[in-house]
Design a protein around this ligand. Structure first.
Ligand code: FO1
Length: 304
C-alpha cells in the first residue's frame, strides 16, 4: 500500500512508530501550526517529533524532544535573564540551528526537513503541509497568544474563546504533499488534537481539496476516549470552543475528508451517530501503551 499519514504531536508519533513496524515506506504530512519563532530559531515541534520518532531518537517519556538530551544552553540562557519556559534541549537545539541557518540561506522547510531526515537516517518522507507561514493562535481571557505560549508557557490554563490558523488563506500546499495525497492508496489521520494538529493542515485549501478528491481510502483514528483525549489539550479546547469533546465531534470536523474512523470501544454508543455523518465507524481499543498496541492499531488502520 502507498500510505500517507497526517500527523500532529505525541499521539501521532505513537501511531507512526507502530506504522513503521508494519510498513517502512510511507509519507508523513506534518502540521506546522505549532511552529514557533524562539531566539531566532524556528522550532517545528510536529515535524521534529515525527522525525525524531522515525529516527528512533525521540524522548518517548516526554513526548517531545530528543532522548537523553541535556539542557545546558537553556540553563545558561536562564542565567543571562532570558525566558526559559520552552525547554529546548541541547541536541534539539542542533536541529533548530541547522534549520535556522538553512532558512536564512533560502531553503524551504520541505527541503530542510528532507536534509535533516536523511542525516538522522529516517527512511520515510516527512512533508510539512506547507512551506508558507501558518501558525495557530488562540484568543484567551488573557488575550491572543501563540499555541506554544498557551500550552507550554501558560500550562493550557487560560480559558480559550477562539482559534485562528494565521496565514491559512494564503498558505500554498507543497507540491510534495499534494503528490503524496494523490498517489496514496491509504490516507491516515493519526490520533491528534483535531483543533490544533489536524485542522491547521486542513485549513490549507489545496490540502483539503486534495484530500476531498483522494482516491485512497481515508481513515482517521479518533484521539478521544469518552470525553477525554489521550494526550494534550484536545478535550479542553473542544469544550471551550463550543464542541462537545467526543469522537462524534471529531467525525463532524473531519467529515468530507474521511471515509472511516476508528473509535475507542468505550465510545460504542456513538457509532450510529458517527455513521449518520457518512463516516463508517470501526470500534477498537485505541490506547497505545506498548509498541505492539501501536502496531496493532496501525495494522487495523490499513485494513479497515
Ligand atoms: N512541551 C511542553 O509541554 N514543554 C516544553 O518545554 C516543550 C518544549 C519543546 C521543545 C521542542 C519541541 O519540539 C517541542 C516541545 N514541547 C514542549 C512540545 C510542544 O509544545 C507541543 O506539545 C507540541 O507542539 C504539540 O504537538
Amino acid at each position: 500500500l502507498r500510505i500517507v499519514a497526517l500527523a500532529g504531536g505525541t499521539g501521532s508519533a505513537k501511531l507512526l512508530r507502530g506504522l513503521s513496524n508494519v510498513d517502512e515506506r510511507f509519507a508523513v504530512i506534518a502540521n506546522v501550526g505549532d511552529n514557533y519563532w524562539l531566539q531566532s530559531l524556528y522550532v517545528c515541534p510536529d515535524v521534529d517529533i515525527a522525525m525524531y520518532t522515525l529516527a528512533g531518537v525521540a524522548d518517548r517519556s516526554k513526548g517531545w524532544g530528543v532522548e537523553r538530551d541535556t539542557f545546558n544552553v537553556l540553563k545558561q540562557l536562564g542565567k543571562m535573564g532570558e525566558e526559559t519556559w520552552f525547554h529546548l534541549g541541547d541536541k534539539d537545539l542542533a536541529t533548530q540551528m541547522y534549520r535556522a541557518g538553512r532558512l536564512k540561506r533560502g531553503a524551504t522547510l520541505t527541503e530542510i526537513t528532507a536534509e535533516l531526515s536523511r542525516k538522522l537516517g529516517v527512511r520515510q518522507s516527512i512533508l510539512p503541509c506547507t512551506d508558507d507561514p501558518l501558525e495557530t493562535y488562540l484568543l484567551t481571557e488573557k488575550g491572543w497568544m501563540h499555541l506554544q505560549e498557551f500550552w507550554v508557557r501558560e500550562g493550557g490554563v487560560p480559558r480559550v474563546k477562539k482559534i485562528e490558523y494565521r496565514g491559512c488563506e494564503t498558505a500554498r500546499a507543497t507540491k510534495q504533499a499534494i503528490e503524496a495525497i494523490k498517489g496514496a492508496e491509504r490516507v491516515l489521520i493519526c490520533p491528534a488534537n483535531p483543533l490544533t494538529s489536524v485542522m491547521p493542515i486542513l485549513s490549507v485549501r489545496e490540502v483539503r481539496d486534495a484530500l476531498e478528491k483522494a482516491r485512497g481510502r481515508r481513515v482517521a483514528i479518533s484521539p478521544m476516549t469518552g470525553k477525554d483525549s489521550f494526550s494534550g489539550p484536545a478535550a479542553k479546547l473542544m469544550g471551550s470552543l463550543g464542541r462537545e469533546p467526543s469522537s462524534l465531534s471529531v467525525a463532524r470536523l473531519y467529515k468530507g475528508v474521511i471515509d472511516c474512523m476508528i473509535v475507542d470501544e468505550v465510545d460504542r454508543e456513538q457509532r450510529g451517530d458517527i455513521e449518520k455523518e457518512g463516516v463508517s465507524c470501526v470500534l477498537s481499543r485505541t490506547f497505545m501503551k506498548t509498541k505492539s498496541d501501536a502496531q496493532r492499531l496501525a495494522e487495523l488502520a490499513l485494513e479497515v
